[in-house]
Design a protein around this ligand. Structure first.
Ligand code: COI
Length: 365
């Protein structure tokens, strides 16, 4: 499959001054680079028609099955500009593996991991000028796959399209690394046993939008979902995983129970914390344990993590009945911030990459 040749149709790039204005204050992937990647799959031919082409709208027939049955999956990863000028991606092969896990659950075709990584490399090389160099800025890369066949019967598509787009990104939460408030979703669940909770598919995010809107109405930036069977066991936030930190330095995070995303940032933090000698417990953890632990001082920090959020300290958990947890001026916690510094240091090339996570795409100079 690695012999698949990419055809390249160069875009007319955005004028330098306009691109530089965007890079100075990129928001979170609110603008997109000059190019995109597209690869088509059908059951007879497999993956073919690999292209790097100008970024722009794609034509979809109104009967395209993705529009009706939501057969769609995606990934999120970032490219970083290092001080020596090289451009790297963080663990792209982990995203390739996870996309294929999502593909299996959503009955979409798997894509060879090396083809996924090449597609990311092709786009980053074509649009290297779009990788920002400001503090905490990166190029957010969004590979995704859609069902790409026109019919209205309910079945999995025999034709699919994989695309990669990218946009420069600063902090996911406006205001930078400040503690966020989290809203505990009540009756509105994100996932249930045997569902698609562990797949990165658009439907999971669609179901988080109403609860997130309610969260925002209550002054919170994210929503926390619990297991719909217990209403107490913590799953994850609308778009990121969650960790609690105990006073003895133990990290506690929900186990991969089939409902939650196997986050690349989650995995990386577990490895970094274990390297430092911290115990890490991946297990069921409840809102009651969190609330009682903060009250008796045994839980001292909480944070959200994901590619987009990196590590964002949690300051408060709020529910229908009022504040459940409030770290007050103890947030952000010390371990939260020092793990954040280590992880971003590896990503931005200022801390040694002892795990070999950094994948060089454009060389220095
Ligand atoms: C990510 O962290 O990359 C996510 O997918 C979260 C959100 C931006 C969808």
């Amino acid at each position: 499959m690695s012999e698949l040749t990419f055809t390249r149709t160069p875009a007319t790039p955005l004028p330098d001054a306009e691109r530089e204005a965007i890079l100075r204050d990129p928001g979170f992937a609110d603008s997109f680079t000059d190019h995109m990647v597209s690869i088509v799959w059908d059951r007879d031919t497999g993956w073919h028609d690999a292209e790097v082409l100008p970024y722009g709208p794609i034509e979809l027939d109104p009967a395209s099955s993705v529009l009706h049955y939501g057969q769609e999956i995606f990934e999120g990863l970032k490219a970083y500009r290092h001080p020596n000028g090289e451009i790297v991606a963080f663990r792209p092969e982990a995203n390739a593996r996870r996309l294929n896990e999502s593909a299996r659950r959503l009955a979409l075709p798997e894509i060879p991991e090396e083809l996924f990584v090449r597609a990311v490399e092709e786009l980053v090389r074509a649009d290297a000028d779009w990788v920002p160099s400001g503090a905490d800025q990166s190029l957010y890369i969004r590979p995704f796959m859609i069902a790409y066949e026109n019919f209205l019967g309910v079945r999995s598509a025999e034709r699919a399209r994989f695309l990669v787009i990218a946009g420069p990104a600063g902090s996911y939460f406006p205001g930078g690394v400040k503690p966020v408030s989290i809203w505990l979703s009540g009756d509105l669940a994100r996932a249930g046993r045997g569902g698609t909770g562990s797949a990165k598919c658009g439907g999971n995010y669609a179901s988080s939008l109403l609860p997130t809107r309610i969260a925002k109405e209550h002054g919170c930036q994210q929503v926390l979902f619990t297991d719909s069977a217990t209403d107490d066991t913590i799953d994850e936030l609308g778009g990121m995983n969650i960790f609690l930190v105990r006073a003895d330095g133990t990290l506690v995070t929900p186990r991969l129970n089939g409902n939650i995303l196997d986050g690349v940032t989650r995995r990386s933090l577990i490895a970094l914390a274990k390297d430092r000698g911290h115990a890490v417990e991946e297990r069921d953890v409840t809102v009651s344990e969190w609330r009682d632990g903060v009250a008796d001082g045994s839980i001292t920090e909480a944070f959200a993590c994901g590619t987009a959020a990196v590590i964002t300290p949690i300051g408060r958990l709020v529910g229908e009945a009022g504040t459940i947890v409030d770290f007050g001026d103890r947030a952000p916690g010390e371990l939260t911030m020092s793990l954040r510094e280590e992880l971003t240091g590896i990503q931005f090339g200022t801390v040694a990459d002892r795990h070999g996570w950094v994948h060089r795409i454009v060389s220095a100079g």
